[in-house]
Design a protein around this ligand. Structure first.
Ligand SMILES: [Ca+2]
Length: 505
């Protein structure tokens, strides 16, 4: 299954080819814009909270400090529209219930690829700071999330949390120093490099671990992860609050879902789409089991549950190297352009919700942009962990935005959506600038708040705004660490393709 590592110039060529295809493809594929959605949505749904758990009832499992438990649920490549609460085709009753009883985050941004999002969420820092801005860490990569980066698991563990990671790690596997058990998690159960097939067979060796030991098991991974999460919740004692991260590989690995679920979508003609819908419902069922376990132990009221996709739904992109590219679209990103791997909204704007009955009002709809790096400060704040650290954070605290509907404290409402050697994108308030810097190059400016489909490039109408945003994006480009995907940097330790275009400072 393993590919031999390829020389950096080969990677470069493949990436250039991929970018060329993306630029041309996206120009052709500009979708029609649907009515405005998201950012300008002032809807405030305040449903009666009759099914909200009563926090006055006896509750022996409530953490003695009142700090919440944190259950962080990650989907893999879930399409924007592919949940019930976005009126999509899959049945997701459990996610819909969490959404109705919590906050739907309608402008939540992740990174375009899996490893990048995991890194950004765990560190509160943009991946370009530490060389993870290009693609994902693949099975043949020998690097990981640099160990000098602090993770929220380390911070919360230091403040007394019991910490567990189940699922797809994807932040380094060749050296133990990169493993979750060395990055702040007391326990680990899952796949390090993401190589495990969705259905494990006892007799077959797989990329499947408990803590630091490879193990053999049989079963559908989505179910195994839920069972493990439930065991962790059942065994949890109130002596310390719990941090549980469950990073599912569904629906990216959409094959292998139970036949009964696939059959339940018999009205869907396309085989791949039918399997994908079944995988989304299997993910929803797994999450339902985890939430049920929290409820059963009386932990739900004071547990902060976060759920989001690690990147947009996969559509055929022909992105660099072609790894894990998909042949036909199985996911539905609604009006958003492109998908996984793209800097258009389809790649980075993802399904997200937050649920915490003790703190977040049911029926909350958040339309302000939030970046995945904003979760770090939020978790450390609610966990009463120290934010005092050597490395500067890129995120702000998302809690006041989500729980109190405050404005973001990001300066100029600026979010770096990513920057690497060949392209970058930045959002500032209602505007979004995308730069394709490989030849043929292109600069696009979208008033994304009103043009979520990114159909109208208005760069020529707003040259000053383009200049200002370009300056900000170039500032980040000059700050970026060499992309580890592109191989070891030269002696000058600068990004691979700066060459004569190095910073003046
Ligand atoms: Ca992913």
């Amino acid at each position: 299954m393993k590919r031999p590592p390829e020389p950096v110039h080969v990677k470069f060529l493949r990436i250039l080819v991929a970018i060329g295809v993306v630029v041309v493809g996206s120009a052709i594929a500009a979708k029609s814009v649907a009515a405005e959605r998201g950012d300008n949505d002032q809807a405030k749904i305040n449903r009666p909270n009759s099914d909200r758990p009563n926090s006055d009832r006896p509750n022996s499992d409530r953490p003695n400090s009142d700090r919440p438990n944190i259950v962080y649920l990650l989907a893999d490549d879930l399409g924007w529209r592919d949940v019930g609460f976005h009126q999509g085709a899959p049945r997701t009753p459990h996610l819909d219930r969490l959404a109705a009883n919590g906050a739907v985050l309608n402008a939540f941004y992740a990174q375009p690829f899996s490893s990048q999002t995991r890194a950004a969420m765990l560190t509160g820092r943009y991946p370009m700071r530490y060389g993870l801005q290009t693609l994902s860490i693949t099975s043949t990569s020998d690097y990981g999330l640099p160990t000098e980066e602090r993770t929220f698991a380390q911070a919360l563990k230091d403040s007394g949390y019991r910490t567990a990671f189940v699922g797809s790690w994807l932040l380094g596997h060749t050296s133990k120093e990169f493993w979750p058990t060395r990055r702040g998690f007391d326990s680990f159960y899952g796949t390090l490099a993401g190589l495990a097939e969705p259905v494990l067979q006892q007799q077959t060796k797989a990329d499947w671990y408990r803590d630091e030991r490879p193990i053999r098991e049989s079963g559908y991974i989505t179910d195994l992860l839920a069972t493990e999460a439930i065991t962790i919740i059942e065994k949890h004692t109130s002596a310390s609050p719990l941090l549980l991260v469950a990073a599912f590989d569904t629906p990216a690995k959409y094959w292998g879902a139970p036949k009964s679920l696939i059959d339940s979508y018999n009205d869907v003609g396309d085989d791949a789409r039918r399997s994908y819908l079944a995988a989304v419902t299997a993910l929803d069922a797994a999450i339902g089991r985890i939430v049920g376990a929290l409820e059963k132990r009386g932990m739900l009221d004071n547990t902060l549950i976060l759920f989001h996709s690690d990147n947009g739904g996969a559509v055929p992109m022909r992105y660099a190297t072609g790894d894990n590219d998909i042949r036909s679209p199985v996911s539905d990103n609604d009006v958003f352009r492109q998908g996984k791997g793209s800097l258009y909204e389809g790649g980075v704007r993802v399904v997200a919700l937050a649920h915490w009955p003790a703190r977040i009002k049911p029926g909350t709809i958040i339309t302000q942009p939030i970046h995945v790096t904003d979760i770090y400060s939020m978790l450390l704040t609610v966990g009463n962990a120290s934010l005092d650290q050597r490395k500067k954070l890129d995120g702000v605290n998302a809690l006041p935005i989500i729980a109190d509907k405050r404005l973001t404290t990001r300066k100029d409402k600026e979010i770096l959506l990513n920057v690497e050697d060949f392209h970058g994108a930045i959002r500032a308030g209602e505007w979004k600038l995308i730069v394709h810097s490989a030849l043929p190059n292109k600069v696009e400016l979208f008033q994304v708040a009103n043009d979520p489909g990114e159909a109208n490039n208005v760069a020529n109408d707003y040259p000053e705004r383009v200049d200002a945003m370009m300056q900000r994006l170039n500032g980040y480009a000059y700050d970026m660490a060499p992309a580890k995907f592109l191989g070891k940097p030269g002696a000058d330790n600068q990004p691979a393709f700066w060459r004569e275009n190095r910073p003046a400072r």
